[in-house]
Design a protein. Structure first.
Length: 119
C-alpha cells in the first residue's frame, strides 16, 4: 500500500468510527422526524398518543389486540406524564422521544400498571 493511501484510509476509518459512536450514543433514531403536532398538543392529547403507542407495543410484545391493552396503557400514560418534569415533557414535545430520565420514570409506570417492559 502506498505511503499516501495509508493515512487517507486511516482518516476515513477514524471518521467512520466516530460517526458510528455518535449515532449509537444518540437516543433519537437516525432519520426520525417528530410529529410537529406534539409542540402544541394538550396534555390530554399527549396522554392519548402515549396510550396508543403503548397499546401497539404491548400487542406486539404480548399478543392480542390493541384494544385489550387500552386500560393498562391508559394507566401507563397517566402515571408517566404525572411523573415527568416540565423539562422532560418539553423534550418529548421537541423530539417525540422520552429522554433518559423520563425513560426511567416510564419504566416505573410500566411496572406499576402491570405491563411488559419492551426489550
Amino acid at each position: 500500500m502506498s505511503r499516501f493511501l495509508r493515512p487517507v484510509l486511516g482518516g476515513i476509518l477514524a471518521s467512520f468510527i466516530a460517526t458510528s459512536a455518535f449515532a449509537s450514543a444518540s437516543s433519537v433514531p437516525t432519520g426520525f422526524t417528530p410529529d410537529p403536532a406534539l409542540k402544541t398538543a394538550s396534555m390530554t392529547d399527549l396522554a392519548k398518543r402515549i396510550q396508543a403507542a403503548c397499546a401497539a407495543t404491548q400487542s406486539q410484545l404480548q399478543g392480542g389486540s390493541k384494544q385489550s391493552f387500552q386500560r393498562a396503557c391508559g394507566c401507563y400514560a397517566s402515571k408517566s406524564l404525572k411523573e415527568f418534569s416540565s423539562e422532560e415533557i418539553q423534550e418529548y414535545r421537541d423530539t417525540g422521544i422520552f429522554n433518559v430520565s423520563a425513560r426511567g420514570k416510564a419504566l416505573g409506570a410500566i411496572d406499576a400498571c402491570g405491563l411488559k417492559r419492551p426489550i
